[in-house]
Design a protein around this ligand. Structure first.
Ligand code: TRP
Length: 452
C-alpha cells in the first residue's frame, strides 16, 4: 500500500489485491486473536485463578477494555490506511504517536521470537502423536523437557516460519484471507469433534466442574490482573495487528460489528478449549494444576490412555498448530507492512527479511530451553525475557497509545467507527477513562511497581 499523506486520498479504498472482503476480514481477525493464548494458556490460568469466577472477570475485561481497544485499533488502521506507524502519521500532525507505533513493530519481533518456537512444539506433537512416538516414553514431563531442550524444535520453528512467510508473501486477498477462510471454519469443526469426545469420557463432569465452578476464594486482585492481561494478549492488542488488518478493509464494513464478532469468537474458542482440556485430563485422573505444562505434559498421558488416542492427540495438536499459524501470519504482517511501505520493498522481499530476522531471534529462544537455560538476562532466560518484555511492557504501552489517541487526540474516530449516540458515548467512556486506568494498573503491576 502507498503512503497517502493527503487527507482526501485517505478516503480511497485499498486496491482489490490489498484488501479483505468483509467476511475475510472478520475471519482473519479471529485468526489473529485465536491462538496459543486461547487453547493453551486460557485453560490453565482459568484453572489456577478461580474457574468460573475468573471466567466472569475475563468476560468483563474483554467487554470493557478489550473490545473498545480492538475497535479503536481497527478504526485507526482504516482511517489512516497505513501500517502501525504510518496510520498515526496520516491521521495526526503530532509525530509522537507514530513513534510509539514503532514499538508495535518491535513487539511483533519479540512475540514471534518465542511464539514461533511454541507453534513448532505443537507441530512436533501433532506429528509424533500420529506416528505414536509421542507415547513411547510414559514420563511425559521428562520427554517434553528433553524435546524442548534439544535441536528438533528448531526444525519445527523453521517449518512454522516458512508457512507463515509464504502466506504473508501471497498477499492480503490471495494469502492471508484465503488461509483464514479455510482454516478458521476448519478449526471450529475440529474443536467440536474434540469437545464431544472430551465430554463423553467417563468422569468428564468433574473436569467441567473444575473449569466452571466459581471459586470466589481464589479470586484475588492478581487474578483480575491476569484476566485483564490475558484479554489483551488474546485479542492480539497493543501491537498494531488489528490496526494493520483494519487498513485492508472497505469503508462499507461496519467495524463495530466486526470487533464484536472477533471478541465473541475469541471467547467462544477459549471456552470450548477449556471444555476439551479439563474433562480430558480429569477423566484420566491427571492433576490439572501443571500450569504451562498442561498441554504438553498432562494431555499426552490422557491421549495415551484413550481409545484412538493417536488420532485425538493428533487432532488436538494439529488444532493448536493451525490456531498458532493464523496468529503468526498476523504477527508477521505488522513489520512486513511497515517495511514494505517504509523501504518500498516488494511484499515477498519484505516478508522474507522479516522472517529471517525472526528466525535469528527464535534460535536463542528455543535454545533457552536447553543449553542456554543457565544464561540469564535480568534473571530470565531469553525465551522468558521476550515474553516478559513484549507482554508486560510493549503491549500495555501500545494499548495505552491507542486508547489515548482515539479517546483524546483524534476527533474523527466516531465517524470512522460509524458510531453515534449511546454506543459512541459508551465506547469513548471506556477509551478515555476505564481502559487507560486499567492498562496503567496492569503495567505497573507487571513490572513490579504495584504489589498485592
Ligand atoms: N492472540 C494470540 C493468541 O491468543 C497471541 C497474540 C498476541 C497475537 N499478540 C498478537 C497474535 C498479535 C497475532 C498478533 O494466541
Amino acid at each position: 500500500m502507498k503512503i497517502e499523506t493527503n487527507q482526501n486520498s485517505l478516503q480511497l479504498e485499498p486496491k482489490a489485491s490489498d484488501s479483505f472482503t468483509s467476511t475475510g476480514f472478520i475471519l482473519a481477525a479471529i485468526g489473529s486473536s485465536v491462538g496459543l493464548g486461547n487453547m493453551w494458556k486460557f485453560p490453565y490460568i482459568t484453572g489456577m485463578y478461580g474457574g468460573a469466577a475468573f471466567f466472569l472477570i475475563f468476560i468483563l475485561c474483554l467487554a470493557l477494555v478489550g473490545l473498545p481497544i480492538l475497535l479503536a485499533e481497527m478504526v485507526i488502521g482504516r482511517g489512516g490506511r497505513g501500517n502501525a506507524v504510518s496510520s498515526f502519521h496520516n491521521l495526526s500532525k503530532t509525530k509522537w504517536w507514530g513513534y510509539f507505533g514503532f514499538l508495535s513493530v518491535l513487539s511483533a519481533f519479540a512475540i514471534m521470537g518465542f511464539y514461533a518456537v511454541v507453534a513448532g512444539w505443537t507441530m512436533n506433537y501433532a506429528f509424533t502423536s500420529l506416528t505414536g512416538n509421542l507415547f513411547e516414553n510414559p514420563d511425559y514431563t521428562a520427554s517434553f523437557l528433553s524435546f524442548a531442550g534439544g535441536n528438533m524444535p528448531i526444525f519445527w520453528t523453521i517449518i512454522t516460519l516458512i508457512i507463515t512467510c509464504w502466506v504473508v508473501a501471497k498477499g492480503v486477498a490471495g494469502g492471508i484471507e484465503k488461509f483464514n477462510k479455510v482454516l478458521i471454519p476448519g478449526l471450529a469443526v475440529i474443536l467440536v469433534i474434540l469437545m464431544i469426545r472430551a465430554l463423553t469420557l467417563p468422569g468428564a463432569g468433574e473436569g467441567v466442574e473444575f473449569f466452571l465452578m466459581p471459586d470466589f476464594s481464589k479470586l484475588t486482585a492478581e487474578s483480575a490482573l491476569v484476566a485483564l492481561g490475558h484479554a489483551f494478549f488474546s485479542l492480539s492488542l497493543g501491537m498494531g495487528a488489528m490496526l494493520t488488518y483494519g487498513a485492508y478493509t472497505s469503508k462499507k464494513q461496519s467495524l463495530g460489528k466486526a470487533a464484536a464478532a472477533v471478541a465473541g469468537g475469541d471467547l467462544l474458542y477459549a471456552f470450548v478449549a477449556g471444555l476439551i482440556i479439563f474433562p480430558t485430563v480429569f477423566s484420566y485422573g491427571i492433576a490439572p494444576g501443571q500450569g504451562p505444562g498442561l498441554a504438553f505434559m498432562a494431555l499426552p498421558a490422557a491421549f495415551a490412555a484413550m481409545p484412538l488416542g493417536n488420532l485425538f492427540g493428533f487432532l488436538f495438536f494439529f488444532l493448536l498448530s493451525i490456531a498458532a499459524l493464523t496468529s503468526t501470519v498476523s504477527l508477521v504482517e505488522v513489520p512486513n507492512a511497515y517495511l514494505m511501505e517504509r523501504f518500498k520493498w516488494s511484499r515477498a522481499k519484505s516478508a522474507t527479511i522479516v522472517t529471517l530476522i525472526i528466525f535469528a531471534i527464535s534460535i536463542p529462544a528455543s535454545m533457552s530451553m536447553g543449553i542456554l537455560s543457565d544464561n540469564l538476562l535480568f534473571g530470565k532466560t531469553f525465551f522468558d525475557l521476550l515474553d516478559f518484555v513484549a507482554s508486560n511492557i510493549f503491549l500495555p504501552i501500545g494499548g495505552l497509545v491507542v486508547t489515548l489517541f482515539t479517546g483524546y487526540a483524534w476527533k474523527r474516530a466516531g465517524e470512522e467507527a460509524g458510531l453515534s449516540g449511546f454506543w459512541y458515548n459508551a465506547w469513548m467512556f471506556c477509551l478515555k477513562y476505564i481502559a487507560p486506568i486499567m492498562v496503567i494498573v496492569i503495567f505497573l503491576y507487571s513490572i513490579g511497581i504495584i504489589k498485592f
